[in-house]
Design a protein around this ligand. Structure first.
Ligand code: PAF
Length: 281
């Protein structure tokens, strides 16, 4: 089990990826913020099935956190992350500093519309601008043939698919399925914040979403399903619900009935932790 090499600068990343390319390798990328769990490792495996060489980035991106959010306490566990990545045979880790990604004078931001409108943006208006900017920088610094993102952040995945088309980035964006704990809780680095009683409640979110999908398939009206979903989450013990929303699976536009591939998405808070999840409908 060989620990993957870690590079911290874009120049060294270029050198390593450039050498792979010279040998004709197809290159894959998995952008992450670290604090890796089985969900991330499944993204690496998915990428390995589509590429000869795989680089994972580990960068807690300040631009996607609001001042009151958890940027400072977000877990930073590079050493154990590297061990986990060694276990799945990853080739290279790119772990830049904030100064490497946002050097003095940095003044550019990617402004995304389309699938970024509503949902997360209603509650975290800074979020997708920060994600789009860093993902564009990570993709252009690496220039992979394929990059894999988790469906856990479904709106983020749709935003990234849109931006790579709109900016003509020559990279295939692939979404990989959500990996769940035994009780169905979607794996997330933020689950580590949950106290035991909160963890039990958190495991109810996927049950509520499953029920909502069943209601939709049974023919219940979308607004009724959304309203039931919200009250079910509150009844399950969540402190507050940001949204339960049924949307077109590709554009994330509102739909009135289940007449096309759809996605049901939810965000709710328990204690100080905000959880999101989603399911196909
Ligand atoms: O999903 C994440 O971990 C992050 O939002 C990403 C895509 C790595 C950008 O910082």
């Amino acid at each position: 089990m060989k620990t993957p090499e870690i590079v911290h600068s874009i120049a060294n990343l270029h050198a390593r990826v450039g050498a792979w390319r010279k040998n004709g390798a197809r290159v894959g990328m998995v952008p992450t913020m670290g604090a890796l769990h089985e969900g991330h490792l499944s993204l690496v495996r998915e990428t390995q099935s589509r590429a000869d060489k795989v680089v994972a980035s580990i960068f807690v991106n300040p631009a996607q956190f609001a001042p009151h959010e958890d940027f400072d306490r977000y877990p930073r566990t590079l050493e154990t992350d590297a061990e986990k990545l060694a276990g799945v045979g990853l080739d290279l880790i790119f772990a830049p500093s904030v100064a490497e990604m946002y050097p003095a004078g940095f003044a550019t931001k990617i402004d995304v519309g389309g699938p970024s409108l509503g949902l997360e943006t209603d509650f975290r208006p800074h979020f997708f601008g920060g994600v789009a900017t860093v993902v564009t920088k990570l993709l252009t610094a690496t220039l992979p043939d394929v990059a894999v993102f988790g469906e856990k952040d479904y709106q983020q995945l749709m935003v990234i698919k849109r931006l790579t088309v709109d900016l003509n980035l020559p990279v295939e964006i692939v979404g990989a399925p959500i990996i769940r704990e035994a009780d169905g809780l979607a794996m997330s680095s933020r689950n580590a914040y949950l106290k035991p009683d909160e963890r039990a409640v958190a495991g109810r979110m996927n049950v509520v979403l499953n029920d909502a999908v069943a209601r939709l398939k049974h023919g219940d009206a979308v607004d009724q399903v959304e309203a039931f979903g919200k009250s079910d989450l509150l009844e399950a013990g969540f402190n507050s619900v940001d949204y339960v929303a049924v949307r077109d699976a590709a554009t994330l536009e509102r739909i009135a009935r289940l007449d096309r591939p759809a996605r049901i998405l939810a965000a709710a808070k328990i204690g100080g932790t905000r959880l999101i999840d989603n399911m196909a409908a």
